[in-house]
Design a protein around this ligand. Structure first.
Ligand code: SF4
Length: 142
């Protein structure tokens, strides 16, 4: 029972930090139906109770007003909301046009530490097998 007399559902949900490939163990604090904080998992085999500053704030982006939750395409100077089919078609058309006009090495792919190994593998496969470039890099090197 909370101080104001209402029921307050607080719980800890074990998870893995999404900010880099280290894979530190976090406990997401959930108050009611909202993420309210992050704590370290003291017995986690990788992080052993430690988190860097990014890990301590891993819950904060979830409710950010700046978070993109829908696909957008550029129309002139502005981004316009669209559906996934149109967004992916715009990406495919843009990549094809750049490759056809300037060659495959005019295109570069940047993978993310916030994706899984399998997703990063697929990205480099797309770069090499479909577009024909070895220009593949990773956000951790930027
Ligand atoms: S807490 Fe820091 S080091 Fe650990 S996974 Fe998250 S970003 Fe990487």
């Amino acid at each position: 029972m909370a101080e104001n007399g209402s029921e307050m559902n607080y719980r800890l949900v074990p998870s893995t930090c999404v900010y880099c490939g280290t894979g530190c163990g976090v406990l997401l604090e959930v108050t009611g139906d909202r993420l309210s904080g992050t704590l370290p998992q003291k017995d986690h085999p990788v992080s052993k109770g430690a988190l860097c500053i990014k890990g301590w704030s891993v819950h904060e982006f979830v409710y950010s007003e700046r978070r993109l939750t829908k696909p957008m395409v550029r129309s002139g100077e502005v981004l316009v909301e669209t559906d996934w089919e149109a967004a992916l078609a715009a990406v495919a058309d843009g990549l094809s046009a750049a490759r056809d006009k300037h060659g495959p090495d005019s295109v570069g792919f940047f993978a993310s530490a916030r994706c899984t190994n399998e997703e990063n593998y697929l990205l480099q496969k797309l770069a090499r097998a479909v577009v024909g470039t070895n220009n593949v890099d990773h956000c951790a090197r930027l």
